[in-house]
Design a protein around this ligand. Structure first.
Ligand SMILES: [Zn+2]
Ligand SMILES: [Zn+2]
Length: 333
């Protein structure tokens, strides 16, 4: 992140430029300000909440996170495995609780991101800096190049799934209901939590927290970390982001082999990846199948590692200690 005087002092002129050019997406900007304000209020009431509410809000982090990672990302955006109808329904419900737009819209933006990474057609182009790739892209209207890129791609497969169609038809009412009303009344009904506190903590604080965990994949995992699989690309292997985003920080591998359901080269014992663990557990009981892996690429990588090992070059070249993450500066592609 660039905290230099030059970058901070340029904020007013950047904001003024976008206001003048009419680039601001006011609906999203007002929504974001409102939700972050409620989140700040929510943080102040945490000490007055019942322990059950705090545990519930904490558990909603991975629960709703799986709706993003296992659901809209690995299943619907990349088709990296297939899932039973029941699994798809549950993933759609927890995805709605995460409330990050409909599965259709999320997948559309994400496929455009993969195809046009770090160009003007990338919805969250990381060459525009940390803030833009993290949240700024949602506060501005889409670049014309992004819209045109979307028109050139086919997303009809998404709406062939009745589960996706159902959620898309009820968007945005259904996700709002699942994200805020269901957790608030759950905490109120089952352990008598005050409705307002349940809404603030299990609703707003948890919602904003999970959103920022997701955003870190687009910002930090595109700017900081190692590039063992594709040295020319921005996406990086970032173990810290994997902790926040339950296994999505192994992003250099993921952009190289997006069809890989694990979104990482190694198993869960060496790379933190609870999303892979969940898919494997569902496969073990026959609820998901056809899990794709970057097998050919993996074998190629293994041959390379063996050659490196013989030459005395250490591997894996993935940082395991957060404070050693390299901060790289690259020219725009
Ligand atoms: Zn990416
Ligand atoms: Zn992806």
């Amino acid at each position: 992140m660039d905290f230099s005087y030059k970058s901070i002092s340029s904020i007013p002129s950047v904001v003024w430029y976008h206001l003048k050019e009419g680039n601001v997406n006011w609906t999203m900007t007002i929504w974001s300000i409102l939700m972050h304000t409620l989140t700040l209020k929510g943080l102040t009431v945490i000490p007055q909440c019942k322990p059950e509410t705090l545990l519930f809000a904490f558990l909603l982090w991975p629960m709703t996170g799986f709706g993003i990672t296992v659901g809209v990302h690995r299943l619907w955006s990349h088709r990296s495995y297939e899932a039973h109808f029941i699994v798809r329904v549950v993933l759609m419900l927890v995805n709605s609780m995460a409330n990050q737009t409909s599965i259709y819209h999320w997948s559309r933006d994400h496929r455009v991101h993969h195809k046009h990474s770090e160009t003007t057609a990338d919805p969250h182009n990381a060459t525009r800096g940390f803030f833009f790739s993290h949240i700024g892209w949602l506060l501005l209207k889409k670049d014309r190049a992004v819209v045109e890129a979307g028109k050139d791609m086919d997303f009809s497969d998404l709406l062939e799934d009745p589960v996706v169609r159902f959620q898309h038809m009820l968007d945005p009412i259904f996700p709002q209901f699942m994200c805020f009303v269901v957790p608030s009344y759950t905490a109120n009904y089952f352990w008598g939590e005050d409705l307002w506190k349940a809404f603030l903590v299990a609703g707003c604080v948890r919602y904003i927290w999970v959103k920022h965990c997701t955003f870190l994949v687009n910002s930090a995992a595109h700017l900081y970390g190692d590039h063992p699989y594709d040295t020319a690309s921005y996406p990086a292997e970032n173990p810290v982001v994997s902790w926040f985003a339950i296994g999505e920080g192994w992003h250099n591998w993921h952009h190289k082999y997006p069809y890989d359901y694990a979104c990482s080269e190694f198993g869960i014992s060496s790379q933190f990846n609870p999303s892979k663990l969940l898919i494997d557990a569902l496969a073990a009981v026959g609820l998901v199948w056809n899990r794709k892996r970057g097998t050919a690429a993996w074998s190629h990588g293994k041959a390379r590692r063996d050659r490196d090992a013989a030459a005395g070059i250490p591997y894996p070249r993935v940082n395991t200690r957060p404070w050693e993450i390299q901060i790289e500066t690259k020219k725009a592609l």
